[in-house]
Design a protein around this ligand. Structure first.
Ligand SMILES: [Mg+2]
Length: 125
């Protein structure tokens, strides 16, 4: 991965969002944060340095599936990692749908530092 790509983290749970950003910043990445898809799209319009997006799927306001479809339409070259713990029922189905709509990789919650960094590396393949 190119270290000059900023990473936008879209996640409604603040403690998870902070945890992800801390891991990334410790690795030298620049991070931006958004609490839902609407905030994420707003950040994208103003931050051309964003090269990678990590997005949760189940969020209030605008959820991740819709957000991924929108990002794919407007920003085809941005790499997307979808993360989800599922919520009601079947997390795998959400992650598969995310992939079908253009996520480059998926990761199930809960995950640790190593799994997150591995998933990011896979984005470049
Ligand atoms: Mg959520």
């Amino acid at each position: 991965m190119k270290r000059y790509d900023a990473i936008l983290v879209i996640e409604d749970e603040e403690d998870i969002r902070q945890m992800i950003c801390e891991i990334l910043e410790n690795e030298g990445y620049e991070t931006l944060q958004a609490a839902n898809g609407s905030e994420g799209m707003e950040a994208l319009q103003h931050s051309p340095e964003i090269g990678i997006i990590i997005t949760d799927l189940i969020m209030p306001e605008k959820e991740g599936i819709e957000t991924i479809a929108e990002i794919r339409k407007d920003f085809p070259r941005i790499r997307i990692l979808a993360i989800s713990g599922g919520g009601i029922g079947m997390p795998e189905n959400y992650l598969n749908l995310a992939r079908a709509l253009g996520a480059n990789a998926t990761l199930s919650k809960p995950f640790g530092r190593k799994e997150l960094l591995n998933a990011l590396e896979n984005l470049e393949r």
